[in-house]
Each structure stands twice: as C-alpha cells, then as structure tokens.
Design a protein around this ligand. Structure first.
Ligand code: IPE
Ligand code: IPE
Ligand code: MG
Length: 255
C-alpha cells in the first residue's frame, strides 16, 4: 500500500519508559505516567507543523491489564482527565480525537468522556489524534477477519478498512508511515501490526516523559532521509519503473 508523496504522514508513537523515568528518580512508577501526560501534549502540539496528519499514541495495551491494579487505575484516571481537559483545546486547534481499541473493559465514565471528546472534535481536520487504549494489533486483525464477508474483494485497502473499524477508528485511516518507540526497547508490543507493513521504525533511547517536540522533529527528519522502496528498486538504481511502487505490476494487483 504505497502512499502518495504529498499526503500527510501517519506517525505511531509507542510511549515507553515512564516507569524507568520515575524509578531513576526514586519516585513511584505512577509519577512517571503523570509526567508522560505532559509529553503527550508536547507531541500533539508539535505534530501538525511536521506534516503529521494522523498521530496514533499507544497509551495502554490490551496486555497492560496485567499490571498492578493501582497502576492501572492511575493510567485510566490520567486518560480520563486528559480527555476532559484537552477536549476544548483540541477542538479549537482542529484536532480530531478518537480512541482505538476495546471499549467494553473501560469504565462507563471513561467511555462517556471518550464519546464526548469524539463528538466535540469530530470536525477537526488538522490532525487526527488516535489514542490506543486497551489496544491489541492482533485483536484488530482478528476482528477484521471476522467482519470480512466471503464475497468481498480481497484487497489490502479493503481489509485495512475492516481493521480500522474493528478498533473503532475512522475506516479511511491510512497505514502508518513511521513508528517511533522511546526508551530504547526495539519491539512493536502488538501495536498497529497490519498497518505497519512498510512503516519505517525509529527507536530512541529517550524515556517518554523527557520526549519533546524537538525529538519528534528529529525522528521525522530521520524518516524523511530514508528511502521507501515497497519491494521495488531504489530510484537511483537506474530502473525507470522504480519511481512508483505500483509500476510494473499487473493492473488490479496493487492497491
Ligand atoms: C509506558 O511506560 C506506559 C505504559 C505502558 C502504559 P512503562 O510503564 O511501560 O514504563 P517502563 O517501560 O516500565 O519504564
Ligand atoms: C507497550 O509498552 C505499550 C505502551 C507503550 C502503551 P509496554 O511497556 O507495555 O511493552 P513491553 O511489555 O515492554 O513489550
Ligand atoms: Mg514499558
């Protein structure tokens, strides 16, 4: 699924390292989550000027329920206050907010705030901000497969719509171009598995609470220096069809 070059970027951020940030300072892990919420604001503010039109933030994985109940409660509380506090801010700045992931295990209050934020910001066109909460990439793929009718055309774009619907996203959300993970870990931890087929990956050592607009700018710059070939050849190889990821494909074979 190649992207037209002039389309805005979809960036995914695996916001990792809150616990280590706090532990390094002799603070409880939950303190790191609180500081992580400030970093979220910085990333959201910096994103549009960097050409990012969709930003997916991994806030709570489906496997994070395994954490101690008090840590989970703090994370859910922070999320709820983020939605309450940032709703109007997002609306004014043209940011459309959405939660992706399961909603049936969230508290009724959190679901209410999610729906209120989605409704209040639905006309935002500057940035689509997706918060991945109780999210699992594998579950989204399974949900998509279950919703796929046997008579549907089997193409990647169509299946992506199902993946998006399965996690409550706008069905037209494009694949992810760049995934950034903070804290030095180098894995996806069940994040955007279908959508990241040709994503560029950038791993940075910075712990999430220390991450700022400048770090995001550097990661996007590193991304722009990369050459995305989608299985074709380098544009500098002299191959006349290398310019387009669909060149040379039998018609209808590519989406
Ligand atoms: C990321 O930080 C936040 C969530 C996963 C919810 P962590 O809490 O995973 O921080 P580390 O990896 O333990 O340092
Ligand atoms: C991934 O981080 C999930 C989020 C950042 C929300 P984890 O800290 O949960 O991932 P693992 O356990 O190190 O893979
Ligand atoms: Mg972690």
């Amino acid at each position: 699924m190649a992207r037209p070059p002039n389309e805005g970027l979809h960036v995914g951020l695996i916001m990792d390292g809150n616990g280590r940030w706090a532990q390094a300072r002799g603070l409880p892990r939950t303190e790191g989550h609180g500081r992580g919420a400030d970093a979220v604001r910085r990333a959201v503010e910096a994103a549009p000027a960097l050409g990012i039109t969709t930003l997916t933030l991994y806030a709570f994985s489906a496997d994070n329920w395994r954490r101690p109940a008090d840590e989970v409660a703090v994370l859910m509380g922070l999320l709820e206050s983020f939605l309450v506090r940032e709703r109007e801010n997002c609306r004014r700045r043209g940011v459309r907010l959405g939660l992706i992931g399961r909603r049936d295990r969230l508290s009724p209050a959190l679901v209410r705030e999610t729906e209120a934020a989605e409704l209040a910001t639905r006309d935002g066109t500057r940035l689509y901000l997706r918060l991945a909460v109780d999210y699992s990439g594998r579950s989204a793929i399974l949900g998509a497969a279950a919703g796929f009718r046997p008579d549907e055309r089997r193409d990647e774009r169509g299946f992506l719509r199902h993946v998006n619907r399965a996690c409550h996203s706008d069905p037209e959300t494009p694949p992810v171009d760049l995934i950034i993970r903070t804290s030095g870990e180098q894995r996806l931890s069940d994040f955007l598995l279908f959508e990241s087929a040709y994503a560029e990956l950038v791993f940075v050592d910075t712990l999430w609470p220390d991450f700022g607009g400048e770090d995001l700018r550097r990661a996007v710059e590193a991304f722009r220096r990369r050459e995305r070939r989608y299985g074709g050849l380098s544009a500098s190889s002299g191959n006349p069809s290398a310019e387009s990821a669909t060149a040379g494909c039998p018609p209808g074979q590519r989406v």
